[in-house]
Write a protein that binds this ligand. Structure first.
Ligand SMILES: Cc1cc2nc3c(=O)[nH]c(=O)nc-3n(C[C@H](O)[C@H](O)[C@H](O)COP(=O)(O)OP(=O)(O)OC[C@H]3O[C@@H](n4cnc5c(N)ncnc54)[C@H](O)[C@@H]3O)c2cc1C
Length: 479
């Protein structure tokens, strides 16, 4: 059932056992799992069926530190969440991403990749993915890895009919949870703002917060402030250890054989380090995207010239009225270290239309990230040279230690951390089951629970964790 507002839902007399906040990939997946276990669940969604500027405005906020996207353009606030504009790149975090690393403080998860692997067949169904192939070693220190481009499943489009027909799921649109109430043991209710006004509160047995990788922290910080710690009793890490995937052009390459690596439909191949390389170089995980432009004949010769003598190639190319670039471009997206100082805070000066403080995101890339970019590209270049597969030219700004360019991608729109998973209440917010430490009935879904970011785009892992949480909660609630 889908309701266009809280009043219509209340009139329907549906008695949910659990309340999910948010209908993005995490919330929708958990709702479907609970429904399959026979548990009646309500999904409260702040936005409506379609995009609107009014709804997006609730997402405005500011960033302090490195340049970042506007917080209202880096995500979407309507049914299906940011799946309405995600690009569909899919890969599960590597096994090595879950392991603690001596050279990365606060790294390591309380679960391993083996804990989410049983859910990968479900994830493939949900995201319409073929099977993943295993990584292929290029050397002892580099892997040829796979990112699969899903058809970029829009969760609202794919699942709206199923949700509407469901007897166990009620999706309530235009219903914004402005805060949770709690007594330090249990959440006792959710305060609602529906169709532009206060709509009272809802009490159920279980609450699962799936409002996205920025909003999960915002809602819990605000709820905690209003209840004097009644919602997240151990809040030292709340909002902290926030991470993105820095994303920049790393240079280019001349390949000895453009057929050496099978490329995907858009002529791309991906490379990552092995754990031993990361350990030797004391760096983070990274992904190099090699984008090939398959120029024919003489254009290929000029494109190769562009890799080593860009000015000369530009002149030659212009004489032929062409615009030819080096035929193999390198783009790097890489892991960010979990730092407590990268954090979400509540604004002290600005609130949204419902009176909830907006986000003040404090975000900076560290020295370790800078070193990972340089050493990662050097490692890739040395690997290609040693195997005689090609030669790499690293971008000048990286070699010279200049500032990050301001006219490039910057980051991945991947919002991770803030309510991270762990066993230590001083450095984590949820336990290995995604339950908030110290609370009996409050859970969190989405990439805010990530302890480390790895280099892979997050939604495949978000969906796997959501399947795991949904099945776990199905058993907890049934008992
Ligand atoms: C441009 C772009 C491209 C991307 N490309 C990729 C990619 O290629 N691969 C990849 O893996 N990831 C990608 N992502 C990231 C991906 O979209 C997110 O990881 C994913 O959508 C997160 O799912 P979620 O359910 O946790 O949160 P969201 O999708 O953010 O959903 C949260 C939902 O909660 C609702 N909500 C928010 N606050 C409240 C509240 N207080 N009460 C009730 N409801 C609320 C929102 O309206 C929204 O529907 C991309 C993101 C962007 C912006």
């Amino acid at each position: 059932m889908i309701f266009d507002g809280y009043e219509a839902f209340r009139a329907a007399d549906f008695a949910p056992k659990a309340c999910i906040l948010g209908s993005g990939p995490a919330g929708t997946t958990i709702a479907r799992k609970l429904s399959a276990a026979g548990i009646p669940v309500v999904v409260l969604e702040a936005g409506s069926r379609e995009f609107s500027n009014d709804s997006q405005d609730f997402y405005r906020g500011i960033t302090v530190g490195d340049p970042y996207f506007g917080l209202d353009v880096a995500r979407l606030r309507f049914m299906g969440g940011s799946s309405n504009h995600w690009a569909g790149w899919c890969r599960v975090l590597d096994g090595l991403d879950f392991a603690p690393k001596a050279w990365v403080p606060d790294s390591g998860w309380p679960i391993g990749r083996a804990d989410i692997e049983p859910f990968l067949p479900d994830v493939r169904d949900i995201l319409d993915l073929p099977a993943f192939r295993p990584d292929v070693p290029v050397s002892d220190e580099m892997r040829w890895v796979q990112l699969i481009k899903s058809p970029a499943v829009r969760f609202a489009d794919k699942f709206a009919d199923e949700l509407d027909r469901s007897r166990n799921i009620a999706v309530v649109l235009d219903t914004y949870v402005t805060e949770l109430a709690g007594d330090g043991k249990r959440v006792t209710g959710a305060r609602l703002w529906s169709n532009g006004r206060d709509a009272g509160s809802l009490a159920v047995d279980y609450f699962i917060v799936c409002t996205g990788g920025l909003e999960n922290s915002r809602l819990l910080l605000w709820s905690n402030e209003r209840t004097n710690g009644g919602v997240v009793p151990n809040a030292a890490a709340l909002g902290r250890y926030w991470m993105e995937h820095p994303t920049f052009e790393g240079g280019n390459a001349i390949l000895a054989d453009y057929g050496a690596f099978e490329v995907d439909a858009v002529n791309e191949a991906f490379f990552s380090p092995t754990l031993s390389a990361m350990e030797r170089l004391r760096i983070l995980n990274f992904g190099i995207r090699l984008v090939e432009t398959p120029y024919p004949g003489v254009k290929r010769i000029i494109a190769d010239l562009a890799c080593v003598a860009p000015d000369m190639a530009e002149w030659t190319s212009s004489q032929l009225s062409q615009n030819l670039r080096c035929a193999a471009q390198l783009h790097v997206a890489w892991e960010q270290a979990p730092l407590a100082s990268n954090r979400i805070e509540l604004s002290r000066t600005d609130v949204d239309h419902a009176g909830v403080p907006r986000i003040e995101l404090h975000w900076r890339k560290s020295e370790l990230e800078r070193r990972t970019l340089l050493e990662g590209l050097r490692l890739f270049g040395a690997t290609l040279a040693r195997k005689n597969l090609g030669r790499v030219r690293i971008a000048d700004w990286i070699l010279s230690g200049a500032d990050y360019p301001t006219n490039q991608e910057t980051a991945g729109n991947h919002h991770m951390g803030g309510t991270r998973m762990g066993t230590d209440v001083t450095t984590s917010v949820v336990d290995a089951d995604c339950k908030v430490h110290g609370m009996d009935n409050l859970y969190v879904g989405g990439s805010s629970v990530f302890c480390t970011s790895g280099q892979a785009n997050p939604t495949t892992t978000i969906t796997a964790l959501a399947c795991r949480l949904g099945e776990h909660l199905g058993k907890v609630i049934a008992n």
